[in-house]
Write a protein that binds this ligand. Structure first.
Ligand SMILES: Nc1ncnc2c1ncn2[C@@H]1O[C@H](COP(=O)(O)OP(=O)(O)OP(=O)(O)O)[C@@H](O)[C@H]1O
Ligand SMILES: [Mg+2]
Length: 239
């Protein structure tokens, strides 16, 4: 299991305007790689490009040496790329367990589904306690757990996460980052898209800075953290 994602010269367009402009990056197996960027930088578009929800019109994306170009989204997921979408997208009128099961809707073996549910419950015991509660009645932090759990139910080699800390209280934000680090420690490669610079760099190994649809900086987390120019120019930090 390697889980290397390679993005090579990707351009993605909405209404003929390039939102991603020649993106080249790599997600190393076993690591947490982050994409930092402010509102409108193109972070979600990059994720949609990887999952082929908004396919790029130029360039190439491959996973473990296999080109994703031309594939359907469900085929990309079947290769082992799981996604936790922006805004969580949970189904509020369905129970917690029904939401989780959606992540494994293409799996027919009940035994395999149970095995995955057990894995999710090990990470989030509360989701086992609340299996029959309607997801819409869970708290914001608990709904974040449901969303991450549903992503894990695809049994991903690579988990792509879009702004998991959005709308959470500071305590839950930190808890969320801890959970992502723990998931990574179990061997799942992570691509984490965030605006929360310092907490992201604290758990990530390598990062890219996206601005106006271009990669404007990259480096190890320590390098990015210690670069005052970057902090000022792109992260709005006052030093
Ligand atoms: N469906 C769409 N049609 C037209 N333009 C779009 C569409 N989706 C996004 N855009 C534009 O593409 C640019 C990048 O959007 P994107 O959602 O990728 O940004 P982001 O970095 O995820 O921002 P945020 O942090 O606010 O989620 C923005 O200018 C946005 O208005
Ligand atoms: Mg976004």
């Amino acid at each position: 299991m390697t889980a290397r994602l390679t993005i090579d010269g990707v351009f993605t367009t909405y209404d003929r305007v390039d939102v991603l402009d020649d993106i080249t990056l790599e997600v190393a197996p076993g690591r947490i790689t982050c994409i930092l960027g402010s509102n409108g930088a193109g972070k979600t578009t990059l994720i949609r490009s990887i999952l082929r929800l908004t396919p790029p019109h130029r360039g190439s994306i491959s996973f473990d040496g296999r080109k994703l170009d031309g594939m359907q989204t469900h085929d990309v997921v079947s290769l082992g790329i799981g996604c936790i979408p922006e805004g969580r997208r949970i189904f509020s009128k369905m129970t917690v367990e029904e939401n989780l099961r959606l992540g494994a809707y293409r799996v027919s073996s009940e035994r395999e589904i149970r095995r995955r549910l057990d894995g999710v419950h090990a990470v989030f015991p509360r989701l086992a306690e609340r299996a029959r509660q309607l997801a819409g009645t869970m708290s914001g932090g608990e709904q974040a757990m449901v969303s991450i759990g549903r992503g894990l139910m695809t049994d991903p080699k690579l988990l792509v996460i879009d702004e998991p800390s959005l709308g959470l209280s500071p305590l839950f934000v930190q808890e969320n980052f801890n959970v992502i680090a723990r998931i990574n420690a179990t061997g799942v490669t992570v691509l984490l898209v965030e605006q929360n610079v310092n907490q992201t760099l604290a758990i990530a190994h390598y990062g890219y800075v996206l601005s106006g649809g271009r990669i404007v900086a990259q480096g190890s987390s320590a390098t990015l953290r210690d670069d005052p120019e970057l902090q000022r120019a792109y992260f709005g930090a006052v030093h």
